[in-house]
Design a protein around this ligand. Structure first.
Ligand SMILES: Cc1cc2nc3c(=O)[nH]c(=O)nc-3n(C[C@H](O)[C@H](O)[C@H](O)COP(=O)(O)OP(=O)(O)OC[C@H]3O[C@@H](n4cnc5c(N)ncnc54)[C@H](O)[C@@H]3O)c2cc1C
Ligand code: FES
Length: 261
C-alpha cells in the first residue's frame, strides 16, 4: 500500500561529515514498510516552495514505534536543502515504495558499502528479531563514515559484524568482498543481501555465483517519480530488457541484472 503523507520531523542530525540521520513520525508508513523499501521525500516543508520539484528517494534505514529513519549523504541540491530541515517541520513523503528483500531463509550475510549501509540495518533488525542467522559486513572509505552512532544499532542486530575501510582506519583494510569471501567459506549461507555502488554489487554477485548462494541486491538509479510512471529509472537486465528500479526493485535477484558495467 502506497501512502502519501505530510509528517513531522523528529530529528535531523549530522552523524558524520556530510551524513545525516533523519527521523520522521509516520506510523502508517512505518507499519507497512518492509526492509529494502524506500520513500520519496520532499526536501522542503509542505506548501512552502516548488523548488526542488522532485522528491528524493531514500531507503528506509529503520522503523521503531511509528518513526521512520533515513540515513543520507548530502551530495546535491535536494539533500542540501533536506539537511537544513529542523525538528518539528513537516515534509511530504510517499511510501513505502518498491520491492523489499526476501527474508524467508534462515542464514543471511548482509553486505553494505558506503551509503548502501542504509537499507541493510532495517533488514538486519528484522532478521535478528526473528532469530535468523544475521552476519553483517560493512565497508566505507574511512572510519569517519562509520561513526559509533551509526554502528551501534548494527552491533545490536547482528550475530557477527565485520568492518572494512579502504584506508584501514577502522576494522580491516580492504573491500567488503574480502571478508564476504571468508564468511562464505566458513559458514552455511542461504542468501546474501547487498546494497552499495554498482561495482561492489557486481563483485558480490560474482562471489555469490562462485559459492552457489542466492543473492539479492538493492539498486540505485536516478528517479523522477518513484512510482513506475516516468520510466526514468531503467537499468539493463540480463535478458536484454530493462529493470525499472522503482517498480521492479530497488531490491532484485542479482541474476536478473546485466553486470557488464
Ligand atoms: C531507491 C533508492 C534509495 C536510495 N537510498 C538512499 C539512502 O538511503 N541514503 C542516501 O544517501 N542516498 C540514497 N539514495 C540516493 C539519493 O536518492 C540521492 O543521493 C539523492 O536523490 C541526491 O539528490 P540531490 O538533489 O542532493 O542531488 P542532485 O545530484 O542535485 O540531484 C539531481 C537529481 O538527480 C537525482 N539523483 C542524484 N543522485 C541520485 C542517486 N544516486 N540515486 C537516485 N537519484 C539520484 C535526484 O533525485 C534529483 O532528481 C537512494 C537512491 C535510490 C534510487
Ligand atoms: S522513477 Fe519513474 S518509473 Fe521509476
Amino acid at each position: 500500500m502506497r501512502i502519501v503523507s505530510t509528517a513531522e520531523i523528529t530529528a535531523n542530525e549530522e552523524v558524520a561529515s556530510q551524513i545525516f540521520l533523519l527521523t520522521i513520525f509516520e506510523p502508517l508508513i512505518a507499519q507497512s514498510a518492509m526492509p529494502g523499501q524506500f520513500c520519496m521525500i520532499a526536501a522542503m516543508p509542505h506548501g512552502q516552495t516548488t523548488d526542488p520539484l522532485l522528491k528524493r528517494p531514500l531507503s528506509i534505514h529503520s522503523v521503531h514505534n511509528g518513526v521512520l529513519s533515513f540515513l543520507y549523504r548530502r551530495i546535491g541540491h535536494g539533500t542540501t536543502l533536506l539537511s537544513q530541515r529542523k525538528t518539528g517541520e513537516c515534509l511530504e513523503l510517499i511510501g513505502p515504495l518498491g520491492q523489499g528483500f526476501d527474508l524467508t531463509n534462515d542464514n543471511y550475510v548482509l553486505v553494505g558499502g558506503g551509503m548502501g549501509i542504509a537499507p541493510i540495518l532495517f533488514a538486519a533488525e528484522d532478521l535478528y528479531a526473528r532469530n535468523k542467522k544475521t552476519v553483517v559486513v560493512l565497508g566505507a572509505r574511512n572510519a569517519a563514515e562509520l561513526p559509533e552512532r551509526v554502528l551501534r544499532p548494527f552491533k545490536a542486530a547482528s550475530h557477527a559484524l565485520y568492518l572494512l575501510t579502504e584506508d584501514g582506519s577502522l576494522g580491516k583494510k580492504g573491500l567488503v568482498t574480502d571478508d564476504l569471501a571468508e564468511v562464505l567459506q566458513q559458514q552455511k549461507t542461504d542468501a546474501i543481501l547487498a546494497c552499495g555502488p554498482l561495482p561492489m554489487l557486481s563483485a558480490v554477485n560474482s562471489l555469490a555465483e562462485e559459492f552457489g548462494v542466492s543473492c539479492q541486491v538493492s539498486l540505485e538509479a536516478h528517479m523522477a517519480c518513484g512510482i513506475g510512471a516516468c520510466l526514468g529509472c531503467a537499468l539493463k537486465a540480463r535478458d536484454g530488457g530493462y529493470l525499472h528500479v522503482c517498480k521492479d526493485g530497488p531490491v532484485v535477484n542479482a541474476r536478473l541484472v546485466h553486470w557488464d558495467l
